[in-house]
Design a protein around this ligand. Sequence first.
Ligand SMILES: [Zn+2]
Length: 100
Amino acid sequence: MAVPKKRTPSSRRDRRRANIFLKEPQLVKCKKCGKPTEPHTICHECGFYKGKEYINVMAKIEKKQKALKTEVEETPEIKEEVKKPKKASKKTVKKEASKE
Ligand SMILES: [Zn+2]
């Protein structure tokens, strides 16, 4: 096993580690929509790169909306179940009122 001949001094170690840090991403304005994007990559806002469409963003949005609609269609069943007991409660209230 390779073993270092001499101990690395703290100053040398710290000088080495001074350059280890996260750099801020360099963003470029998208030519199509003007939003900041990474250079040499497809814009995630409009799906364009070098004037050509690579991702159909609208299709993705429509897919999401369809998924949301199916969720909404599932909820009315629950609402109807909630409404039925309310009607029964109204009748019971009327009966109670007539008794009095
Ligand atoms: Zn864009």
